[in-house]
Ligand binder design. Structure first.
Ligand code: ADP
Ligand code: MN
Length: 331
């Protein structure tokens, strides 16, 4: 397999997500359902049987799906499995101890080109389990929904990976884990602990940044609100069920990129494969072409297409509720 290492900045989720040396791609341990969903959306896209009346297509909100990677595996010496360091070079052997985890979904790395990404993962939906869940899981996830903003607002902050800012520095909480390079991981207990009325403050903390002017910070909030409105329109036309999917918000914390782009941001990400113009200097191109922020749907381990069954109320309600929160952030 190509050389790989652990993905540096992750806001939430399981262990085992990797990236390549150039950090262009993400390798996520594959589940059959997530793989099937990416394939199905991609297939539909290339067949273009679907008209979307000018709405942004669903795939534009998703990381570009590049394929599947199966590792040559199994007879991996114990020693090669030692994980924990951030740089894992296993000379073509698996990183996983579990053979079942040796298949990866290959995706566009949504962080590529960001110099100082600040990320929040927001899990969508009041209902957190699908019809395949065991009774144990139904009751556990039901409890999670009832006791968190998943139930009250229809979404929950799962985690953040952000640079220290004036708000994180004063908040004393064991929900913040220092991560080096002035970053902190805001862990999942933070999101669990939030009440309905805390969520606005939590997003204000996410957007607070030492090096960005309040004008730039306000622009970010406005831009994300516009994206949420566009995404809402997309999802009203889509017949999907996306249980336990997330929205990944990313913004650039490096002011020199804001300067270089003269604060010009793109509402919708460039399609990964189209954005590859000839250039002598890839680094320079990334610096110029990567937007200052982006919004993406991720995590389709419990997603499916349901032709003829109408839109995903659970997710559409979540987006509507988020629009309300962002409206308040913008006031
Ligand atoms: P899980 O099924 O383990 O919850 P997710 O797909 O939700 O996995 O991803 C977990 C985390 O990994 C996300 O919160 C995000 O920070 C990061 N991540 C996932 N996919 C990408 C991607 N394509 N590009 C960049 N980061 C990603
Ligand atoms: Mn997830």
């Amino acid at each position: 397999m190509v050389q790989h290492k652990l993905l540096k900045h992750k806001a939430a989720g399981h262990e085992g997500t990797l990236t390549d040396v150039d950090e262009l791609l993400v390798f996520k341990p594959a589940t059959p359902q997530e793989l099937e969903f990416y394939r199905a959306v991609q297939e539909r896209t290339f067949n273009v049987s679907k008209t979307t009346d000018g709405d942004v297509p669903l795939y534009s909100w998703m990381p570009t799906f590049l394929g599947v990677l199966d590792e040559g595996l199994r007879e991996v010496p114990e020693s090669a499995c030692a994980l924990g360091s951030s740089d894992v070079n296993l000379n073509g052997m698996t990183v996983s101890k579990e053979p079942s985890e040796s298949r990866y979904i290959v995706l566009e790395n949504l962080l590529h080109g960001f110099q100082k990404p600040n990320i929040v993962d927001v899990k969508l939906g009041r209902i957190l389990h699908d019809e395949n869940a065991s009774n144990e899981k139904i009751s556990r996830l039901g409890q999670v929904s009832r006791t968190t903003t998943s139930g009250s607002l229809g979404f929950r902050i799962c985690g953040m990976k952000i640079q220290q800012n004036s708000q994180t520095r004063v908040l004393e909480t064991d929900h913040f884990e220092p991560e080096g390079d002035n970053y902190i991981l805001v862990n999942k207990d933070f999101g669990y602990s939030l009440k309905k009325d805390d969520v606005k403050d939590a997003f204000n903390m996410f957007f607070d940044h030492d090096d960005l002017s309040s004008k730039r910070i306000n622009q970010l909030k406005q831009t994300f609100l516009q994206r949420l409105q566009l995404l809402y329109n997309t999802l009203l036309e889509e017949e999907v069920r996306m249980i336990s999917s997330s929205l990944l918000f990313i913004y650039e914390g490096d002011a020199s990129r804001w300067d270089a782009l003269d604060d010009q941001d793109a509402l919708i990400r460039d399609t990964f494969l189209d954005s590859d113009e000839e250039s002598d200097d890839d680094m320079e191109q990334d610096f110029q072409k990567t937007p200052l922020s982006s919004l993406s749907l991720i995590d389709f381990a419990h997603s499916k297409i349901v032709d003829g069954k109408g839109y995903d109320e659970n997710v559409v309600d979540a987006i509507e509720s988020l629009m309300g929160t962002f409206q308040e952030l913008c006031d």
